[in-house]
Design a protein around this ligand. Structure first.
Ligand SMILES: [Zn+2]
Length: 550
């Protein structure tokens, strides 16, 4: 039987009994849905309501920041229909259409969509507001963004003094919106000798999207700096800033940094997903036995779990998903981050602020006085933070953190290099997860080919059976001709068992520890990547782009 919304909200700790009773009475009197009543009273956030609906309906939450909208699909579905039902079909995979709805219990809309398209429909939960905005954006203004960009460049003269401020303002806004719509994580504005290049990083790879006359360079950079509340008087030193962008596509939180080059200032904008609801662990790409290992360890009440990899390898997403999986009203989850990348309801999150004296180590020290059960430390960069994290993990807390190393075994050396005590490290470290993100081949255009004979060797060398057929990336409109769409994680996991603990304690070499881990079941990164090829998830090219053959 369907659980009642009120009970779910209570259980999740989003509202109290008094609030529930008042809202129930109000709902009865006005005939409004209880969720809406609570929203209007500001007792509940849209995100919390979404989570509760997900629990109630069993439908998945839509990860709105990574949605790639299939324009072709939209052109087949009348705008009148989507407006009437407030349902937003955004993607098609095989015979299944994925659609966003704020009400997964609305089977009429789902059935009609299925009948109209002759395909199955899976619904995902998204806020009502977001769906309405998306319909407007994609049906009416998706092309308008490009038109605006073109108009701004066409009507603006090639000389700097001919610029009109509002044209540059529009152009800057559209470049941000375009990045958001395309699901970019970063926007780069890079001056060259005669022109300015604008790149978007999508699925971890830079794509050049626009070229503007060089004369645009300074005005654009200045505009972004003004938006980021940054010093525009000195272009010769790097600056940092933050933009809280509010526009047609929704709110976007952006971290901006400038860098002086000999050709002018370069700007990089990181689009932070403040509204992102981290997906469930199942979709991160763990192999099933690894997922089991991971889940077992994050549910232990103490110990240190390290997620490691280069910048952009998805470490933070993994740890956040872990937090989501273990978060409950009974435990106090606290974080110290730089910056806060996702907001998780009920988790007490702090951002470090070195300028104000709030560093990782002193924020962590204060956190420990707040009686936490689980602590996420954004990154361990220094001895002090490392010592505090280890201490916490030995005194009945589960500590999650990240490091920058290429593989799992190197994390041990990195911590020892920081100067931590060997025996404390050996006894408190429980799990190391090294990871990378690989692009998935586009499901619309990738080709199944016979595995070339020379590509079989890496498989057999890694104790895997070489597949008869593999997927090759091609490129189509949907994947912006990259041949890839979306990403998945590969994970190299070392469980610190008695033997490895002993090896750490005795100061064993990295290679010795790695060998012991493999014997105990660890599958190294390259092998994990090959398994994704066997599963037809990615291509051999992508394997070599992401991981070197060890
Ligand atoms: Zn494609």
């Amino acid at each position: 039987m369907k659980k009642r919304m009120g009970d779910i909200l209570l259980e999740m700790g989003f509202i109290g009994q008094d609030q529930l009773e008042m809202a129930l009475a109000e709902s009865k009197e006005t005939g409004k849905m209880m969720g809406d009543v609570l929203l209007r009273l500001d007792w509940l956030t849209e995100e919390q309501l979404q989570l509760a609906i997900a629990v109630q309906s069993g439908a998945k939450l839509l990860d709105r920041t990574t949605v790639q909208v299939d324009q072709q699909l939209l052109s087949e579905i009348p705008q009148k229909f989507v407006l009437k039902h407030n349902i937003f079909p955004f993607a098609r995979e095989g015979n299944v259409i994925k659609a966003a709805t704020h009400n997964p219990f609305d089977v009429v809309a789902r059935d009609e969509l299925a009948r109209m398209t002759g395909q199955q429909v899976t619904t995902y939960i998204a806020p009502k507001e977001w769906i309405a905005k998306s319909i407007e954006l994609y049906y009416q203004t998706a092309k308008a963004i490009d038109d605006d960009i073109e108009k701004a460049t066409r009507t603006t003269g090639a000389l700097e003094e001919e610029f009109e401020d509002n044209q540059i303002i529009t152009l800057a806004d559209r470049l941000i919106e375009k990045g958001h719509v395309m699901g970019a994580s970063d926007i780069h504005v890079v001056p060259d000798v005669n022109l300015v290049r604008v790149y978007y990083r999508i699925d971890g790879v830079l794509h050049q999207n626009y070229l503007f006359p060089k004369a645009f360079s300074k005005s654009l950079v200045t505009r972004f700096k003004i938006m980021g509340d940054m010093d525009i008087s000195n272009p010769n030193i790097p600056h940092d800033g933050r933009i809280k962008y509010q526009g047609a596509v929704g709110d976007i939180d952006i971290r901006v940094s400038t860098f002086p080059t000999h050709l002018g200032e370069t700007i990089v904008m990181r689009l932070l997903s403040y509204s992102k609801v981290v997906g469930d662990i199942q979709v991160l790409g763990f192999e099933s036995e690894d997922l089991e290992q991971f889940m077992k360890n994050i549910h232990r009440p103490y110990g240190l779990i390290i997620s490691t990899g280069p910048t952009g390898s998805g470490k933070t997403t993994t740890l956040y998903s872990a937090l989501m999986a273990i978060n409950s009203p009974e435990v106090n989850v606290m974080t110290v981050e730089d910056p806060i990348e996702y907001v998780i309801p009920t988790v007490r999150q702090t951002a470090v602020n070195p300028k104000a004296g709030l560093t990782f180590s002193n924020a962590l020290r204060s956190t420990m006085r707040q009686d936490p059960d689980i602590v996420l430390v954004g990154e361990i960069r220094d001895r002090e933070t490392a010592d505090l994290a280890l201490q916490a993990s030995m005194t009945g807390h589960l500590v999650l953190s990240t490091l920058h190393t290429n593989d799992a075994a190197s994390a041990i050396n990195r911590l020892l290099d920081l100067g931590v005590n060997t025996s404390i490290l050996a006894s408190s470290l429980t799990l190391i997860v090294a990871q990378r993100l690989m692009r998935k081949v586009c499901s619309q255009c990738s080709e199944l080919i016979d595995t070339p004979p020379d590509m079989k060797e890496p498989f057999t060398k890694n104790d895997l059976e070489a597949p008869e057929k593999i997927r090759k990336a091609v490129g189509c409109e949907r994947c912006y001709n990259s041949g890839y769409s979306g990403r998945t994680g590969i994970y190299e996991i070392i469980k610190i068992d008695k033997e490895i603990e002993q090896l750490i304690f005795s100061g064993a070499l990295k290679s010795t520890i790695e060998a012991a881990a493999i014997k105990a079941g660890t599958s190294l990164m390259f092998r994990q990547a090959l398994r994704k090829v066997i599963g037809h998830v990615t291509s051999m090219d992508e394997v070599y782009r992401v991981v070197a053959d060890a």
